[in-house]
Ligand binder design. Structure first.
Ligand SMILES: *Cc1c(COP(=O)(O)O)cnc(C)c1O
Length: 428
């Protein structure tokens, strides 16, 4: 059966379905490479679970204080083994990626310290945590300073600028792996390793933290294996595998993780408290599925690039470029096209397909944001989603899909909506 037939049920124009099939045809070898990464990471996860003796009892729930939560404690060992770190904090009480990053930063800095971002301005919500937008309770309110060094014009690290920015006060360096909503590349683990070695050659004992959001399992190693003291991420992105209903993780040295735990629960309480509620099984299933779910999302992102390149739009990364996260940025050039693209993706959702997303203000972000997110887990961006700030150059960020097939439908529906709204006039 030609796939156009089933795509027609969704209203996808035959020309768009054919374009997607053709793009896919050209990506076979690339997809094979991604399958190999998934295979490696899948076995890495299974091995970590076996080595830690995960059993049926680990799936049980705890309530209240959550003392002696076997499943929670062993899950943290599993994360530590997967990421090759001394320790990890993996909790349902961490509500999102920004919260995990905030806990890690507050826990590991003290008044008078300075945080340095050597890769430009960090992710929008992090700027708010740091105190750049005047929100109450920020790190700035507690006397923790912040500096950043922009990347050079060609996207490389400004080594001289970084050297000058590191001082007596620099306590923690925050490196964001994925591009977020910024106009820059996502860094490979190897590049992050080089940057870490350079920073350590200037200041040996500085804490190096990597914002690992969207990066987990896109390569066979993680930044914690390249010298980072701490890596941080969200369980409603890659490592939750689309199954974790909430949560975040901080994996790193015993010292960094302990400091973060003291902040999350309380001094003296640290990791001893924190009930897993009914979430242990979901978090185990999530990390188990994450390598293949992430691989599907990476393939979907590559397909999006290939299709939108054929349609004449600027994409980043390009279909042929290497990938270190699950995000595809497509520059559409006008707010109307961003809205159209997101509405198309929403129409591809299994949940809430009938909803029409609208741009609106979001907590922690400065511009209005539009989000297409018809997901099982509210706001989950490992699930098929698209979003973007309504600001020049009107770039939309496409990501996720719990299966590659769903991602492909999302790509087709976004193009279909652009066509219906009159933005693809020269489609062959
Ligand atoms: C998603 C993301 C975060 C955190 O966002 P939340 O919505 O709070 O989970 C932080 N940094 C980057 C690079 C991200 O992609």
């Amino acid at each position: 059966m030609k796939s156009e037939n089933i795509y027609r049920l969704f209203g996808v124009d035959d020309r768009i379905a054919a374009l997607a099939d053709e793009a896919e045809e050209g990506l076979r070898e690339r997809f094979l490479e991604i399958d190999r990464i998934a295979e490696y990471n899948q076995l890495k996860v299974i091995r970590a679970m076996q080595e830690n003796g995960i059993s049926g009892a680990c799936m049980l729930e705890t309530t209240g204080y959550g003392y002696d939560d076997l499943g929670r404690d062993k899950l943290e060992r599993v994360y530590a083994d997967i990421f090759h770190t001394e320790d990890a904090l993996v909790r349902s009480q961490i509500v999102c990626g920004t919260h995990a990053l905030s806990v890690a930063l507050f826990g590991n800095t003290r008044p008078g310290d300075e945080i340095l971002s050597p890769v430009g301005m960090p992710y929008d919500t992090l700027q708010t945590v740091l105190g750049l937008s005047g929100a109450r309770g920020s790190l700035r309110d507690y006397g923790v300073g912040f500096r950043y060094v922009d990347l050079l014009q060609d996207g490389s690290f400004d080594l001289e600028g970084i050297r000058k920015a590191i001082s007596e006060k620099t306590r923690l360096v925050e490196i964001q792996r994925s591009r977020g909503y910024a106009d820059r590349r996502t860094f490979s683990v190897e590049e992050i390793g080089e940057l870490i070695r350079y920073i350590r050659s200037i200041k040996k004992d500085v804490i190096i933290m990597v914002d690992n959001c969207y990066g987990e399992f896109t390569e066979i190693t993680e930044p914690s294996e390249a010298g980072a003291d701490m890596i941080v991420g969200s369980l409603i992105k890659n490592p939750g595998g689309g199954i974790a209903p909430v949560g975040g993780y901080i994996a790193g040295t015993e010292e960094c993780v302990g400091n973060a735990a003291a902040r999350l629960t309380g001094p003296g309480l640290e990791k001893e408290l924190g009930p897993s509620l009914g979430n242990n099984r979901l978090l185990y299933q999530g990390i188990f599925l994450s390598p293949t779910v992430t691989a599907g999302a990476v393939k979907g992102a590559i397909l999006a690039a290939a299709v939108y390149e054929k349609l004449g739009f600027r994409t980043a990364p390009k279909a042929a470029d290497p990938r270190y996260d699950i995000i595809e940025a497509v520059t559409l050039g006008s707010p109307e096209k961003v809205v159209s693209f997101c509405r198309g993706v929403q129409r591809a959702a299994a949940v809430d397909a009938f909803v029409a997303p609208e741009p609106s203000p979001m907590p922690g972000y400065d511009s209005d944001i539009i989000m297409a997110n018809g997901s099982f887990i509210s706001g989950s961006s490992i699930e098929l989603s698209a979003d973007g700030p309504l600001r020049d150059p009107y770039t939309v960020f496409f990501q996720g899909g719990l299966t590659y097939q769903h991602s492909k439908l999302g790509v087709c529906m976004s193009a279909e909506q652009l066509l219906e709204d009159g933005f693809l006039d020269d489609l062959a």
